[in-house]
Design a binder for this molecule. Structure first.
Ligand SMILES: *[C@@H]1O[C@H](CO)[C@@H](O)[C@H](O)[C@H]1NC(C)=O
Ligand SMILES: *[C@@H]1O[C@H](CO)[C@@H](O)[C@H](O)[C@H]1NC(C)=O
Ligand SMILES: *[C@@H]1O[C@H](CO)[C@@H](O)[C@H](O)[C@H]1NC(C)=O
Ligand SMILES: *[C@@H]1O[C@H](CO)[C@@H](O)[C@H](O)[C@H]1NC(C)=O
Ligand SMILES: *[C@@H]1O[C@H](CO)[C@@H](O)[C@H](O)[C@H]1NC(C)=O
Ligand SMILES: *[C@@H]1O[C@H](CO)[C@@H](O)[C@H](O)[C@H]1NC(C)=O
Ligand SMILES: *[C@@H]1O[C@H](CO)[C@@H](O)[C@H](O)[C@H]1NC(C)=O
Ligand SMILES: *[C@@H]1O[C@H](CO)[C@@H](O)[C@H](O)[C@H]1NC(C)=O
Ligand SMILES: *[C@@H]1O[C@H](CO)[C@@H](O)[C@H](O)[C@H]1NC(C)=O
Ligand SMILES: *[C@@H]1O[C@H](CO)[C@@H](O)[C@H](O)[C@H]1NC(C)=O
Ligand SMILES: *[C@@H]1O[C@H](CO)[C@@H](O)[C@H](O)[C@H]1NC(C)=O
Ligand SMILES: *[C@@H]1O[C@H](CO)[C@@H](O)[C@H](O)[C@H]1NC(C)=O
Length: 513
């Protein structure tokens, strides 16, 4: 009450009081004091439909527009009341296009029965989080993410002991180590802690050990943490979602055994893991997404094939070596497989054709060799196929023409040879075709003119010969065409008009690889 009694005098001149008193007939569940507090809160901001908002916001409409006198506040958009007492208990103003600084004397703090407050995706213009937030002693859910709060998170954030989920994700917030220590100490029931992009550079990672064992989600993406993160986190009994990617100066040691957590999402990219990936990773039977980009060495353990729920596997930017294990073919739910920028060697096993759900296959920048298996053609959902910068040899299998969804095909910088198969002309969704820096011979198939979506065609550094087909003129979206360092003969076809001047300059002058 402290704040409101101070506020209420200027807020409630007699005429407003009378007007509200008549408007809020006894049939209203909402009390007129709470309705008034909300209306006053509304006037603190303008509605600005030009502030950035994500697609997930759906309809472009501020809920606050429906807030009007004479209508029970419990039926206003974004407002929920207790059916019995009529108190406002939940406020969801996410994506409401609120624009303006957030006053620390806001009448919002009058709503002492709030259990849930969501202010995500508004623009509070780099306001500080008001310390008065601690007046919401019954709060269980607080989400103020991406709403342009800035500065230090107030120490009072630790005075909300009932919090079950807390989302402070904002780019300009700083969370100090003492505040964080107290937060962890007091949030004994917290299940979801989301601090994406919050600057936690001063936080001692040791404090994470003391988090509640009820924790299910811990999101610390790009939060500038440094030092060693306690790997006891992998033994938390309820942890399902753990995101630690983008903390470049942070190390977490992967456990060598006994991962006891029911992890479903694990993201440790662009940081350090300090150890090899052990066979025990196969114990994480509930994993759906696994992303490790943290200087791992050694080979992928065969036990990875046990992770039968996996849909997303990303191991790029490590120093992994050895063969890609055949057990990977057991992961039949995979839609994305990223193994690029490692030192994998040996062939792509033909059993890869088991991964029928794959839409993205990135194996580029490794030492993979031998022929590209024709069984790849069974991966008919593929839209991205990156095999460039390896040592593949032999021809492109003609069956590649089955991959009708392909938009990007990167085969450059290998030792591929033979003719360019005319079946490529079936890949009518292709926007990028990179075949340069190989040993292809023979003519460019005229049917290449079917690839009407192509914006980039790279054929340079091969042994291609014959005439440049006039059908290239049909590739009207092309902005990059590289043909140099081949053995073409005959004239440049007349059908290729002035619109090709720019790409042909590249062709004639060559292009840095
Ligand atoms: C909040 O404080 C500012 C000045 O600090 C004042 O102008 C404003 O009227 C106050 N708002 C309310 C609702 O009392
Ligand atoms: C609306 O928000 C944009 C920033 O997203 C700001 O530049 C503009 O001035 C705001 N318009 C008004 C009327 O406040
Ligand atoms: C309150 O009433 C609404 C509509 O009648 C109902 O859907 C909701 O479950 C009720 N909530 C509680 C807590 O009783
Ligand atoms: C809160 O509002 C947003 C945007 O309107 C909506 O997508 C979301 O489902 C709401 N959350 C709850 C718990 O109702
Ligand atoms: C825990 O919260 C209570 C209020 O709920 C507060 O008085 C206390 O200072 C907090 N403890 C810490 C360590 O912040
Ligand atoms: C913030 O985190 C909570 C808890 O995990 C989550 O439910 C909510 O969707 C998040 N908010 C946004 C805008 O992503
Ligand atoms: C985090 O905050 C510190 C000051 O506490 C600042 O020096 C540093 O640049 C910030 N880091 C980031 C990534 O913003
Ligand atoms: C990592 O640490 C180095 C040296 O201590 C520092 O220069 C760099 O800014 C840090 N990077 C991040 C993202 O914190
Ligand atoms: C892969 O599946 C085969 C047959 O379904 C099974 O025999 C094998 O043990 C599995 N391998 C792994 C590593 O899961
Ligand atoms: C695709 O899978 C079928 C069995 O489902 C198999 O008979 C065929 O050989 C495979 N195609 C290729 C090109 O391997
Ligand atoms: C390419 O398409 C043609 C006609 O649509 C079809 O006859 C041919 O088998 C296809 N080739 C491949 C390799 O998919
Ligand atoms: C371009 O496509 C059209 C229609 O498919 C075809 O008739 C024409 O011959 C093609 N042009 C060239 C130069 O191949």
């Amino acid at each position: 009450m402290r704040i409101f009694t101070k506020l209420s005098a200027p807020l409630c001149p007699l005429f407003v009081f009378l007007c509200l008193k008549t408007a809020f007939s006894t049939t209203h569940l909402c009390s007129y004091e709470e309705a008034l507090a909300l209306l006053q809160f509304k006037t603190s901001f303008s509605i600005n439909y030009t502030i950035p908002y994500p697609d997930s916001c759906g309809e472009i409409y501020s809920k606050i527009e429906s807030w009007k006198r004479g209508i029970d506040c419990c039926s206003w958009d974004g407002v929920s009341c207790d059916n019995v007492t009529g108190h406002v208990i939940a406020l969801n103003l996410s994506c409401s296009f609120l624009y303006g600084t957030f006053p620390s004397n806001s009448t919002l703090f009058f709503l002492r029965n709030l259990q849930s407050l969501n202010l995500a995706f508004n623009d509070f213009r780099l306001s500080k989080i008001p310390p008065e937030i601690s007046l919401f002693t019954r709060l269980k859910h607080l989400d103020i993410s991406y709403s342009q709060f800035s500065g230090q998170v107030p120490a009072e954030i630790a005075h909300l002991p009932k919090l079950v989920s807390l989302n402070l994700s904002n780019y300009d917030l700083i969370l100090e180590t003492t505040t964080f220590k107290n937060l962890v100490h007091n949030l004994s029931e917290v299940r979801e802690l989301v601090l994406n992009a919050v600057n936690m550079t001063s936080v001692n990672p040791r404090f994470f050990m003391n988090l509640s064992s009820s924790l299910t989600t811990l999101d610390l993406w790009e939060s500038a943490l440094r030092g060693n993160f306690p790997n006891s986190i992998f033994h938390f009994p309820n942890l399902k979602n753990f995101y630690l990617s983008g903390n470049r100066n942070l190390t977490i040691d992967l456990p060598s055994s006994n991962w006891s957590s029911p992890l479903q999402q694990l993201y440790l990219g662009d940081m350090h893991c300090g150890r090899r990936l052990r066979e025990s990773v196969g114990d994480l039977k509930s994993l759906q997404s696994l992303s490790l980009g943290c200087n791992l060495e050694g080979s992928i353990p065969a036990s990875i094939g046990n992770l039968s729920q996996l849909t997303y596997l990303s191991l790029f930017y490590n120093n992994l070596s050895g063969q890609i294990p055949s057990s990977l073919a057991n992961l039949t739910q995979l839609t994305s497989l990223y193994l690029y920028r490692n030192q994998f060697s040996g062939p792509i096993l033909s059993s890869i054709c088991n991964l029928r759900q794959l839409t993205s296959l990135y194996l580029s920048s490794n030492n993979l060799s031998e022929q590209i298996p024709s069984s790849l053609a069974n991966l008919t959902q593929l839209t991205y196929l990156y095999l460039h910068r390896n040592q593949f040899s032999g021809p492109i299998p003609a069956s590649i023409g089955n991959l009708r969804q392909l938009t990007i095909l990167g085969l450059y910088s290998n030792n591929l040879s033979g003719q360019i198969p005319s079946s490529l002309a079936n890949l009518t969704q292709l926007t990028y075709l990179g075949l340069f820096d190989n040993q292809f011979s023979g003519p460019i198939p005229a049917s290449i003119g079917n690839l009407r979506q192509l914006t980039s065609l790279g054929l340079s550094y091969n042994n291609l010969s014959g005439q440049i087909p006039s059908s290239l003129a049909n590739l009207t979206r092309l902005t990059y065409l590289y043909l140099e360092l081949n053995q073409f003969s005959g004239p440049i076809p007349a059908s290729i008009g002035i619109s090709f001047l720019v790409p042909f300059l590249f062709m004639l002058l060559g292009f840095p690889n």
